[in-house]
Design a protein around this ligand. Sequence first.
Ligand SMILES: Nc1ncnc2c1ncn2[C@@H]1O[C@H](COP(=O)(O)OP(=O)(O)OP(=O)(O)O)[C@@H](O)[C@H]1O
Ligand SMILES: [Mg+2]
Length: 403
Amino acid sequence: MYVRHLQVGSFRSWERVDLALRPGPTVFVGRNGEGKTNLVEAVGYLATMSSHRVSSDAPLVRHGAAQAVVRAALRRDDREMLVEVEINPGRANRVRVNRAPLPRPRELLGLVRTVLFAPEDLALIRGDPTERRRFLDELLATRTPRLAGVRSDYERVLKQRNALLKTARMARGKAIETLDVWDGHLTDLGGQLLEARLRLVSDLAPYLAQAYASVAGEGAAVAALGYASTVPAAGDGAPPAADASVPSAAELTAAMRERVAERRGDELDRGVTLVGPHRDDMVIHLGSAPAKGFASHGESWSLALALKLATFALLRADGEDPILVLDDVFATLDAERRAALAAVARSAEQTLITAAVLEDVPAELRGVRVQVGGGSATVLDEGALDEGVFDETVPDDRLGDAG
Ligand SMILES: Nc1ncnc2c1ncn2[C@@H]1O[C@H](COP(=O)(O)OP(=O)(O)OP(=O)(O)O)[C@@H](O)[C@H]1O
Ligand SMILES: [Mg+2]
């Protein structure tokens, strides 16, 4: 798929941008702080409804504005799709697809697919488990939108169960019966989430091994994936055997239920839920050691890149190229890694690249450029581009109420 036209209003540093884009590689070039990353962040937001740089939405809205809007006309399977999101920090977003409002903003997930590689991705290798859980769950929601619902139901049940654990410490008895009910909900949803994550890890692992080999070159150690779970049956972090099968959701629910029962005493003491996918981690291995704590800086960076290239390959194998977004990454790569990334970037249906220095971007990707600076973004490219797909009658930073 590709973005044919992008418009943002009151997003980050941008008051308004209106850009016609085309398939193939496009480089956003301009000095530091001019708003290049802000533009690709807007595209990424359409895919995940979150930013790769901040965990809340408030920083995405331009200082002084109440809300931001991101609109994109996309081409998918030769069909046109118009996606509009009004970002309302602290309140529900409003989303329209082909001008029809979505009852729940979450229903947008899976429609726009991007794979974004940015300096922040080093945290996938070196950061907390939270980073890797988020990576897995975002990819799950993209590939299987239903799981975004399972995930948010799980979060809701978890919150309620935690609240109950805190009061149950004081008043055992009645509260314990209620706890049993919540255990049922938690483990039912938890089993579904665990199964989905385990399948994803197993789907991704071969692509990761392949991508790491192509990025790190001959003779490099082999990259592998494991899942480390608070539910022993769901994995201890070691890469599973090649012929291992993923347990069913029902089996995982039963295993989780058992583990929850074992840990109930500790949970009551501490007032938090200690068992479940919200406490798990994906373990990235390099050779015989886990990457976290062992891999060098260069190896970690290569692993982060390989993980994103593996994601791209997996989504491509699902049937359609996601939009590849490369934020400020070429300058930090050596020649070999740059070439490996350039090969994928060239082959993708659309690649959006940001760079402060054009020469850092491999020559074969520099064809179409967007010059970013002074509060505007201008396409430097001959040839006609598609224009005029948006309704001009609504304010730029709001979605209209009609339709
Ligand atoms: N909510 C906001 N309102 C106004 N300005 C913002 C907001 N959020 C970020 N900015 C501004 O956007 C600028 C950063 O933009 P961005 O990260 O896109 O830069 P960049 O062109 O990618 O730079 P670099 O080359 O350094 O990566 C900063 O000057 C920052 O102050
Ligand atoms: Mg940037």
